[in-house]
Design a binder for this molecule. Structure first.
Ligand code: GTP
Length: 366
């Protein structure tokens, strides 16, 4: 069985990170997100996937070309313009084998039992099974109401508190029969959530599978950082060789440096005397942390630099970005590629967008 991985979105909520890196490739514990996705699909017994691409497709193709996937086959269906979540599946049809398929949003990190979801799907007359997960604050999501037989009977989009009847939300992993492809018009933007699922629900052919396993979408700075923390802590996606102190042997470590696990430090990093790295942080390729600087619960992307005496807490520092001498970056701040926070400055809950990128007002969010 094959999957369609939807990775065509622009990832606007994760800007400015996604100006340079497609959401599919943002690193978790220094491994591009797609690595976890392939592991997840494999865990469900799948033997290949079609990448449904549109935004920054070359980077994603280059990543897969560099990987030894040990027999897991990959094809690419690239869109000339965004076809939406159902249009992206339709566009991948030529690479599918005409049987049952799995579809997954390319920003979902989960430990759910995919094999069981497929098994449950096959035990019903469903044309589609939508996986659900429970969330603490359902007001930010589209809710899915099911009956005692797991038949979906209502969708509720971002409800007010007094309308909340369930805390189950769409987990972004589906099992579909090939007949669903016939319901999707070709060559135009179509949303599976808003157009196809309601039609299947009306026909009584849409079932749900509820998972209580780990689930997070990595679509906002907050959820990306949380997912990074969870992967570093081994809560999800851990492989057999998991180490809490995942430090590349090439790392140059000065005197009196504190590395507090769990941390992940990629090749070519330099940590100067008296610096502290810890509290669930990851440093990408060639990062530099200056004397007595502190990096905590943060992600430093490739080539980022934190100068002497600076502090970075709970934030994302983009590729080649720089936090100046004695500066403080905290509170879920995000620096885009090449951004600089000047010496002694404080950035709290702030976003700095890559030099040269024009940003329309209110197009960034947490
Ligand atoms: P935001 O702009 O932040 O909402 O991100 P997004 O559009 O990238 O993600 P969203 O959560 O809205 O979409 C869910 C999944 O569908 C993501 O993995 C997207 O990459 C993917 N997706 C969204 N739109 C398209 C599209 O037009 N074509 C394809 N192939 N995939 C899409």
């Amino acid at each position: 069985m094959r999957a369609v991985i939807l990775v065509g979105g622009k990832g606007t909520r994760l800007r400015p990170v996604t100006y340079d890196i497609p959401k599919a490739l943002v690193p978790l514990r220094n491994q591009p997100f797609m690595g976890y996705m392939v592991d997840f699909l494999r865990s469900g017994g799948l033997d290949g996937a079609v990448l449904s691409l549109g935004y920054l497709p070359d980077q994603i193709q280059a990543y897969f070309a560099s990987q030894d996937l040990d027999g897991f086959s990959i094809d690419y269906a690239v869109e000339d313009y965004p076809l939406g979540t159902a249009g992206g599946i339709k566009n991948a049809e030529r690479y599918l084998d005409g049987g049952t398929m799995v579809v997954v949003n390319g920003d979902v990190l989960t430990g759910m039992d995919l094999g069981k979801a497929i098994e449950r799907h096959k035990a019903t007359d469903a044309l589609a099974t939508i996986t659900l997960t429970s969330v603490e604050d359902p007001t930010a999501y589209g809710l899915v109401e099911v009956d005692h037989e797991m038949l979906v009977h209502r969708f509720l989009e971002k409800p007010a508190y007094d309308e909340i009847s369930t805390n189950l939300v769409n987990a972004g992993v589906y099992v579909l029969e090939p007949e669903v492809l016939e319901m999707i018009p070709a060559d135009r933007e179509v949303s599976i959530e808003r157009e196809i699922f309601p039609e299947l629900q009306a026909q009584g052919r849409l079932y749900a599978y509820v998972s209580s396993s780990y689930w997070k979408d990595i679509g906002t700075p907050r959820s990306y950082l949380a997912a990074s923390n969870d992967v570093l802590s081994g809560a999800v996606g851990a492989r057999e060789d998991f180490e809490y102190l995942d430090v590349h042997p090439s790392t140059q470590v000065g005197k009196n440096v504190k590395l507090l696990p769990p941390v992940s430090i990629a090749e070519g990093c330099e940590i100067s005397n008296g610096a502290t790295i810890g509290g669930r942080s990851s440093l990408g390729l060639g990062c530099r942390v200056g004397e007595r600087a502190v990096v905590e619960s943060s992600v430093l992307l490739d080539g980022a630099e934190v100068e002497a005496g600076a502090v970075v807490r709970g934030s994302i520092i983009g590729p080649r970005a720089r936090v100046g001498h004695g500066a403080i970056v905290r509170g879920m701040s995000v620096l885009g590629a090449g951004c600089v926070v000047g010496e002694g400055n404080v950035l709290d809950q702030g976003i700095r967008v890559n030099p040269g990128v024009f940003v329309p007002p209110r197009s960034l969010s947490f």
